[in-house]
Ligand binder design. Structure first.
Ligand SMILES: Cc1ncc(COP(=O)(O)O)c(C=O)c1O
Length: 420
């Protein structure tokens, strides 16, 4: 019988981690949030990564479609970005003053993203969304934020749901949640809260977890823009996950509208830790008026890495490259599933596809499919969109489809009653 990957070292280290770290691996990389079911099919710790691959501490090599949940855009340890980072590290990283790279990066972002007249740097996507909301409040003197049900903007209390552990009613007092793609609900919320809405924040399209992703309906963003302009509401696009994957000038450009602020993080520096908020000139003084900073926010290495990463993404025409790769991945998966009587449904965009099995509402088949892929060296998860990266080769995709073919065969055996 064929040998599949096993994960003894991961399991042992995880046991030790549970002793010293709450939940062992906190956050979205942990086995619970990542939906590693059954857990023993999955690696828990990576030893190293290069291009489209990572190697677990058990020495297993994976073709990785999670891309660190977004930061890997050019390929892990991309030589161009790493060289720029290493050169800056030799000069200095965390210093008592920012480096020249800060200005260079701001200028580059302003020359790249359609709406950017200025840029402000932080560390995580959640820093960026919180800063954007605070800027809107400072600019308008208003207190309320409208956001979309199921949208993810980080972990600050205002981004979470009432009833979540550690979140109180007071945290939610100024938050209004509306459904995605619903301009009538937006208009209603604005009318019911006349002159108290500071901002509307949403991702460029609905890339929620555990459900099909949904693009904006025709005219959706244009209508939202119109209502915001009419009512003095700051329009914030959270491009933390999609940024540069739909359009190098911003996902708003891809969907044909202009926000007032846009938040970036994941792909900005190919894994070096930095985020950014860019905005229109009219909000520059509000952005400068609020107190918002951090120990590492001016670190120079991620800024030098971001300059190199953006320059390389432009050279590669990365968004179009991803459409090509995403199409090959998607059509290959769908065909492989069909050969085993399994219907795969893809949603979202080619560069960040969300995939599931059609007649599988409990996601049990999808969990089995992912586990069977992971056991054979293709890293996919059942609940989250996947990511293309520039180093993914046709040979990687071909191998992935061959693995998927075996995984679908295994799923068909496990769920004979659900096969078409
Ligand atoms: C759309 C979006 N906004 C904000 C965030 C939060 O970013 P971070 O985890 O870097 O704080 C994420 C993270 O996944 C995200 O996908």
């Amino acid at each position: 019988m064929k040998e599949f990957y096993t994960n003894q070292k991961s399991q042992e280290l995880f046991k030790k981690a549970l002793k010293y770290i709450p939940t062992g691996i906190p956050g979205h990389l942990g086995p619970v949030q990542s939906q590693f079911i059954p857990a023993d099919a999955f690696p828990f710790y990576a030893e190293r990564a290069k291009d489209s691959y990572f190697w677990s501490i058990d020495g297993n090599k994976y073709i990785d479609y999670m891309c660190a949940y977004g930061p890997n855009i050019l390929g892990y340890n991309n030589d161009i970005v790493d060289r720029a980072a290493a050169e800056q590290l030799k000069k200095g990283n965390c210093m008592a003053l920012p480096a020249k790279a800060q200005v260079e990066l701001a200028e580059l972002l302003c020359g790249t993203i359609e709406i950017a007249d200025w840029a402000f740097f932080l560390k995580n996507g959640g820093d960026a969304t919180s800063f954007a909301v605070m800027t809107a409040k400072a600019a308008t003197g208003r207190s309320k934020t409208i956001r979309v049900q199921g949208g993810y903007h980080g972990v600050a209390p205002w981004t979470q749901a009432e009833g979540a552990n550690g979140i109180t009613a007071a945290d939610m007092k100024d938050i209004i949640v509306i459904p995605w793609n619903d301009t009538a609900a937006f208009e209603k919320a604005v009318a019911e809260n006349k002159d108290s809405i500071a901002c509307f924040i949403a991702t460029p399209y609905d890339h929620r977890i555990f459900a099909d992703n949904a693009l904006p309906l025709p005219g959706y963003w244009q209508k939202i823009r119109e209502i915001c302009t009419k009512n003095g509401i700051v329009l914030i696009v959270d491009d933390v996950r999609c940024g540069f994957r739909l359009h190098i000038e911003g996902s708003a450009k891809y969907f044909g509208f202009k926000p007032d602020l846009a938040c970036y993080c994941k792909a900005l520096a190919n894994g070096y830790n930095i985020s950014a908020v860019v905005g229109i000139d009219a909000l520059k003084s509000a952005a400068g008026s609020i107190f918002f900073t951090g120990s590492y926010w001016s670190s120079a290495v991620p800024m030098a890495a971001a300059v190199a990463c953006i320059t390389e993404m432009k050279r590669l025409d990365i968004a179009n490259l991803f459409i090509e790769k995403g199409k090959k991945f998607g059509s290959g998966m769908i065909d492989a599933g069909r050969a085993h009587g399994i219907d795969m449904k893809f949603s979202g965009v080619e560069s960040m596809p969300f995939m599931r099995i059609s007649n599988d509402p409990t996601m049990e088949m999808m969990q089995d499919f992912c586990a069977e892929c992971v056991k054979r060296g293709v890293f996919v998860v059942s609940h989250h969109n996947h990511f293309m990266n520039a180093s993914l080769t046709d040979a990687d995709i071909k191998k992935t489809i061959a693995v998927a073919d075996e995984a679908f065969a295994a799923v068909a055996k496990l769920h004979p009653d659900k096969i078409n």
